[in-house]
Design a protein. Sequence first.
Length: 263
Amino acid sequence: MPEAIGVSGLRVRRGGRVVVDDVSFTAPFGGVLAVLGPNGAGKSSLLKALAGVVPFEGDIRLSGRRARGLRADERARLAAYVPQQSELRSPLTVASVVAQGRYAHHIGRVRAASADEDAVARALRLTDTAPLASRSFPALSHGERQRVLLARAIATEARILLLDEPTSALDVGHALRLYALLRRLAADGYCVVVVLHPLAEALDWTDAAVLMDRGRIRQQGETRDVIRPGAVESIYDVRLVPGGALGFRLPIDPDALGGGAPS
């Protein structure tokens, strides 16, 4: 698969402190990459650097283009970011929030309204948020907001999706449906980078992983090779217990949920 993200010598400073230090990795289109590590490892700061939310040193390439040379609208059409939570407080409807994902397509050009409507409708359908379309965004639960923010990212039509702990406020059913959606998007050629805490979920749903600690990558590769005794046990100060957690699965074929695979 072609390279979606290329990172070399990345460093991020927050409040005068280095929180991401000399990080290098690549991620292809057509896969889901997990960013793992304990609290304070630098995972969210790494994702924000990829999204252009925080300043960085080093080099980031998105779809082969240097991030430093991109205008904001160009970057938005390449990569879409889903934060842990939204600061949006205006009483916009869910449909209006998702439609914000179309702004980058209107800068310096005319865009057919039908294309925007189709993109918004598709995003609402895929994230199971169409029933919420007329509701006020601030009135939603945190879990519902997370699904709406993902819908906004999908509406951008960016092929790189950056998600920061997207399942942290979701019940088990919606979490499984979200993971199934991310897998379908990857199968359709997206690059999905997702910050996760549950290692079992990373094993079940992601292709590759980077394991961070204190701002650096300690292990990277296929997820099943990263989540092994050794680095995981030393970084988290735990013992891995195979089969030691509850398991869940969707009751039917996940492709039958949410209207099928994206087109």
